[in-house]
Design a protein around this ligand. Structure first.
Ligand code: AMP
Ligand code: ZN
Length: 466
């Protein structure tokens, strides 16, 4: 089944074909690095990683760009409030630059722990001031920019279809005047460049043709995506909260400067929530980090497993029991997998069904259920291994790298292992085989590698499809 994806612009699932041959350009809005990422943020990056892996599974070469927002993201979407970085600096007493560095590193560590594929390009907003200033210049020359006492603003009234992505009711917004506009001409207008306030010393500021200041948040994504992917590329991703403001504004800017709406497909991951209504958010301060899970002995990959149990376009309600259930399922899968021998062939019927599920707008919950159906199918263990290996290139559980921890191995088993090592050293092969048989009866498989014995637990576990 050919790949089909949900596009938030057309609001339909439609067939995906790259703009340029076999190459796919994909831009994902990255973190604002004023604090740690929470596992809600990370759900969005897991969804994007699955998307990338499914594209690769379909044979496409993916150029994956992720930005790091380290300036200009204000505490209010209405272009008021202060810069989140400067606020973070006051909270911690460190400089805004030091905070950006620290939380970028923490973010990349979380990224690796979740086994997300390394982007082709990471790009920081503060490394791209020239591109952003250049972009604003283009908008100014095209007549989309006006000036107020605190900055330069984009004039959204110049575009009839402004906010189409969000199906924004502009007439209703204007008539109701629910949002304070200040000096802005319209509530939907947004900052392109903010002047440094005369009474405040900012840590992050630059000279520009319009005065000293810093870029608005949205311009970085229009400028950097154009630089690395061109003005018209395949897929732009982010969390669902970006639809109404950030992505609508990126589209407005790129439409005005380059005449495109950036991407052929707009894709959005839905929220991780605490309950039916409350999303996990950084600003609320009430959030769970990957490190919090690790301190409770939950493996980051168990969180990855949990993310795959829900479709990316439905909310995922976070709870500790559901996370623990994901850890149990992943442990079972790992132990079973480790007991299967190599050298089998992929089962083509299961492979085709798996491909159909992931190509159906990334239906990972059904792909996971199918994985357990495969395991229960009674196919030979070597076939299971080969087939699951193929699935794992999309699932990303790193099954073939997993080894039982030494601490998991009971003392009596370790003693047998040492005795077998000694028997092998003495070339007493009969004794070594007897010990191997004894280990096997107790559920432990031993294989001899160049670097010594490899022990694998093959437990008789009940199967469960969660
Ligand atoms: P931020 O670091 O706040 O700019 O957000 C980084 C990414 O996480 C964005 O794509 C957001 O849309 C996304 N995001 C924020 N909160 C959540 C949540 N509770 N669940 C899923 N994604 C989220
Ligand atoms: Zn963005």
């Amino acid at each position: 089944m050919p790949l089909a994806l949900y596009d938030s612009w057309s609001r339909t699932v439609r067939p995906f074909t790259p703009i340029h041959g076999n190459q796919v350009g994909m831009y994902c809005c990255g973190p604002t690095v004023y604090d740690h990422a929470h596992i809600g943020n990370l759900r969005t990056y897991v969804f994007e990683d699955i998307l990338r892996r499914v594209l690769m599974h379909n044979g496409y070469a993916v150029r994956h760009v992720v930005n790091i927002t380290d300036v200009g993201h204000l505490t209010s979407d209405a272009d008021e409030g202060e810069d989140k970085m400067e606020k973070g600096s006051r909270r911690t007493g460190e400089s805004a630059w030091a905070i950006a560095q620290r939380y970028t590193e923490a973010f990349v560590a979380d990224w690796c722990a979740l086994h997300l594929l390394e982007p082709t390009i990471w790009c920081r907003a503060t490394d791209h001031l020239a591109e952003q200033i250049g972009f604003i210049g283009e908008l100014e020359r095209a007549g989309y920019v006006y000036r107020t006492s605190d900055g330069l603003y984009f004039d959204t009234s110049r575009q009839d279809d402004y906010g189409y992505l969000a199906r924004l009711d502009r007439a209703g917004l204007q008539a109701g005047k629910r949002v304070a506009v200040g000096e802005k001409r319209s509530s939907t207008d947004f900052a392109l460049w903010k002047f440094s306030p005369p009474d405040v010393v900012r840590q992050m500021e630059w000279d520009s043709p319009w005065g000293r200041g810093f870029p608005g948040w949205h311009i970085e994504c229009s400028a950097m995506s154009a630089k690395y992917l061109g003005a018209w590329f395949d897929i732009h991703c982010g969390g669902e909260d970006h639809i109404a403001v950030h992505h609508s504004n990126e589209i407005a800017q790129t439409q005005a400067a380059h005449g495109t709406r950036l991407a052929n497909f707009w894709m959005h991951g839905h929220f991780l929530t605490f309950d039916a209504h409350t999303k996990m958010s950084k600003s609320s301060g009430d959030f769970v980090r990957l490190e919090t899970l690790q301190s409770r002995n939950i493996d980051p990959l168990a969180y990855r497993y949990l993310c795959l149990t829900a479709h990316y376009r439905s909310k995922l309600r976070f709870s500790w029991p559901s996370l623990e259930a994901a850890q149990t399922a992943l442990n079972r899968l790992r132990h079973l997998y480790a007991g299967w021998p190599q050298g089998g062939r992929v089962d083509q019927a299961f492979a085709a069904r798996f491909d159909a599920e992931v190509n159906d707008d990334l239906n990972l919950p059904r792909a996971l259920a199918m994985l357990w159906e495969l395991i229960r199918s009674g196919l030979p263990p070597a076939t299971l291994r080969a087939t699951v290996d193929r699935f794992d290139s999309v699932l990303g559980f790193k099954l073939n790298e997993w080894r039982p921890e030494a601490a998991d191995v009971p003392e009596s088993i370790r003693a047998l292992l040492i005795a077998r090592e000694q028997a092998r050293a003495a070339k007493d092969w009969a004794a070594a085989d007897r010990i191997r048989a004894s280990l096997s009866e107790q559920g432990w498989r031993v294989e001899d590698g160049k670097d010594g014995q490899h022990l694998t637990h093959v437990p008789a576990l009940p199967l469960d499809s969660r």
